[in-house]
Design a protein around this ligand. Structure first.
Ligand code: CTP
Length: 448
């Protein structure tokens, strides 16, 4: 008996898939189909798969062509499967020509002509019209956002707004955008959603006007500086049936999501402490080192440690205390320790600009602890550690390049589903509340 094996995601199963499965089956007597798991697809950067693994497997089964189905979960599994299942032929579409030649050591490799004019990507795009995104601001983060957006299907960045026309023009040329504008109302008319990456203090105004004009908003962190402003923006979003989301990439990356579920699963017992640090070396002339109103380590960086603390311990802390070292010349807070006291837990966040420290996250529990090395906010790895060293567990994940693709993917999912994630909204409100407490002066300032 000749066994043939093939692999795919098979999202929104289409005739291209069926054609391939038929021809693969015809190469032998028995067809094994590997269907990718959700995690593996995310790992290899395929972020927009619409159907669950169960649905995709069922659809492949329904073709009546597969004699056996396996789930593909990791890099290198194909070799293991071919050996374990004694496959004689590995077949795959011609879009992969050459990529699987390394399997020739294990079996025959056949590339089958791909059916023209159909793909899952195209079907997904057809189901949900492309989101035309406009970028507000043309600074550092906006420049990093554009290349990331190319990894997310269902969205195209069309234009950029900057009140300084020359900056907008240069940005649109650099990234080959369709238009640029220094008129916010005209800019809004040409897009369906906006990504706000302008100076922090302008976020509220731009977000409000965009939501009122019927545009979805993905807003850089910190979204706003006060709890009231955050609540107000979410209220406006709800009134206008729009999506508003704070762009906290870590919250949506696969590794961090797993970390939170793992910490909350009871594996390390009850969580009694969270310590998170984020420090960054930046040149002294940059905006965040000069602007004592909207710059500084807390405004710039505290969102990340607060995300970890609030997601792990919740928002019912009893008291927050802050200690800040201020720059002698500018008065900007360059290093800050935040202490949050919960009824049964303690948390610290350390943030620094122009200061470098270990950027780790440690979650201590009554049975063990979780250690996430720097840079924990790009969670690629975490370790569960216990009194008995032999019980330690190591977990690896992928965090692709800048990671902004994760927040954008989530934003598109929210738009498609037509509802905000209430937990994420509350988190943004809570973070704004803590920033507000800090800015109101519940802080021991050390410096001028
Ligand atoms: N395939 C094919 N003809 C098509 C589409 C896919 O022969 N028109 C083949 C692929 O080459 C692969 C298998 O079907 O061997 C599963 O492909 P998959 O990546 O799941 O489907 P795509 O439609 O290519 O998905 P996407 O657009 O998300 O890349």
């Amino acid at each position: 008996m000749t066994k043939v094996i093939t692999y795919g995601t098979f999202d929104l199963l289409h005739y291209g898939h069926v054609n391939l499965l038929k021809r693969a089956k015809a190469l032998g007597d028995y067809l094994i189909v590997g269907v990718t798991s959700e995690n593996y697809d995310r790992y290899r950067g395929k972020l927009n798969v619409q159907q669950s693994l169960a649905e995709r497997m069922q659809n492949v089964l329904n073709t009546g062509l597969a004699d056996e189905i396996v789930v593909e979960e990791y890099e290198g599994q194909k070799i293991d499967d071919i050996t374990r299942l004694h496959a004689d032929i590995f077949a795959i579409g011609s879009d992969w020509v050459g990529r699987f030649d390394y399997l020739k050591e294990y079996c025959q490799v056949v590339y089958l002509e791909r059916t023209r004019g159909i793909s899952s990507t195209e079907l997904r795009d057809r189901q949900h019209p492309q989101i035309q995104l406009g970028v507000v601001g043309s600074g550092r983060i906006a420049n990093r956002f554009i290349p990331e957006s190319k990894f997310v299907s269902g969205v195209t960045v069309e234009g950029v707004y900057n009140p300084r026309s020359a900056s907008a023009e240069a940005f649109s040329q650099r990234h080959e955008l369709a238009f640029y504008s220094d008129d916010y109302d005209k800019f809004l008319k040409q897009v369906t959603a906006v990504y706000i990456a302008s100076p922090h203090e302008t976020h509220y105004g731009y977000a409000k006007r965009a939501l009122q004009a019927g545009k979805h908003v993905l807003c850089e962190k910190p979204m706003v500086f006060t709890k009231n402003e955050a609540e107000k923006l979410f209220e406006i979003a709800r009134e206008n049936n729009m999506i508003l989301m704070e762009a906290i990439k870590t919250a949506y990356c696969p590794g961090f999501r797993r970390l939170v579920s793992c910490a909350k699963s009871g594996k390390i017992g009850r969580i009694v402490s969270v310590d998170a640090a984020f420090t960054k070396l930046v040149p002294p002339h940059v905006r965040e080192m000069q602007d004592s109103e909207s710059g500084g380590s807390v405004t710039e960086l505290a969102t990340y440690p607060l995300l970890a603390i609030l997601q792990l311990l919740g928002s019912n802390y009893k008291h927050a205390q802050f200690y800040s070292l201020l720059d002698q010349k500018t008065g900007v807070d360059v290093f800050t320790q935040m202490h949050l006291q919960y009824p049964e837990a303690l948390a610290t966040a350390k943030v620094g600009l122009g200061v470098k420290s270990e950027g780790s996250l440690v979650i201590a529990g009554t049975r063990g602890y979780i250690y996430v090395p720097a840079p924990w906010w790009k969670t690629e790895y975490f370790e569960l550690r216990f009194e008995n060293l032999n019980e330690a567990e190591k977990n690896f994940y992928k965090f692709s390049e800048e990671g902004l693709r994760y927040e954008l993917t989530e934003f598109l999912t929210r738009i498609t589903e037509g509802r905000m994630d209430e937990g994420a909204c509350k988190l943004s409100v809570d973070i704004a509340g803590i920033m507000e407490e800090y800015r109101q002066g519940h802080v021991v300032k050390i410096g001028p």
